[in-house]
Design a protein around this ligand. Structure first.
Ligand code: ADE
Length: 230
């Protein structure tokens, strides 16, 4: 079974529309839809925006549905000059850019206890998703996704995130899901299509491109799920 987590309904609705035999189940205030896409058993959740909802959703999904892998889909803001609006970043690793115990001598982004800054994604799953971005006519990039409880919309923050972490884009959920998957040994991948450039124009661009970007990411995921043999 493949678990899919999106933050907003516009990032999940295309997948929900093609899901067969779907049944809802509410946990932690989140609706989990179980069904089939192509031959694949899927559980799909729209977790809400931010790291707390994302982590709660990932924990509930893993405990209750025991997915073999989890994929995070949705939109993000580009923080690298090599990534453009509507490009799709397939995450090589995720980091939490707002995790900061540097006054204690730690590296920026370090998660104490497990001593990790970057959560690497599952290589073969990510390679497959990358191939489907191209097959679907999208522009595929690989890179680090930087997560924080912040909609990045200024050049200073954008530069900090790209310089400190070598990130390609910023989102608000991926790093939290990656951490939950890591501690539970669940293979994880993330697919994010750029709605904006995380700069001074980001709020206007987000309003204009969010739906279009969300559809690109969803279509890639649907193509991937349809390719899995029953
Ligand atoms: N998701 C889409 N655009 C974003 C941005 N600029 N910052 C954080 N998350 C985002």
């Amino acid at each position: 079974m493949t678990g899919i987590i999106a933050a907003m309904s516009c990032e999940a609705e295309l997948i929900l529309n093609v899901m067969q035999n779907k049944a809802p189940r509410a946990l932690c205030g989140i609706t989990f839809w179980q069904g089939k896409v192509g031959g694949e058993d899927v559980v799909l959740a729209t977790c809400g925006v931010g790291k707390v909802f994302a982590a709660a959703c990932a924990v509930a999904m893993i405990m209750e549905f025991k997915p073999d892998r989890i994929i995070n889909t949705g939109v993000a803001g580009a923080v690298s000059s090599e990534v453009n609006k509507l490009d799709t970043v397939v995450a090589t690793a995720l980091v939490q850019h707002d995790m900061d115990t540097t006054p204690l001598g730690d590296d920026p982004g370090l998660i104490s206890g497990i001593n990790k800054v970057f959560f690497e994604t599952d290589r073969s799953l990510s390679d497959e998703l990358y191939g489907f971005v191209e097959l679907c006519g999208g522009k595929a990039k690989r890179g680090v996704v930087a997560t924080g409880d912040q909609f990045v919309a200024d050049n200073e923050t954008k530069k900090r995130i790209s310089t400190l972490f070598g990130a390609s884009c910023a989102d608000m959920e991926g790093g939290a899901i990656a951490q939950v998957c890591f501690v539970n040994n669940v293979p994880f991948a993330a697919l994010r299509t750029m709605s904006d450039g995380a700069d001074g124009d980001a709020s206007g661009d987000f309003a204009e491109f969010c739906n279009k970007a969300a559809k690109i990411s969803s279509n890639v995921l649907i193509s991937y799920l349809n390719s899995i043999k029953a």
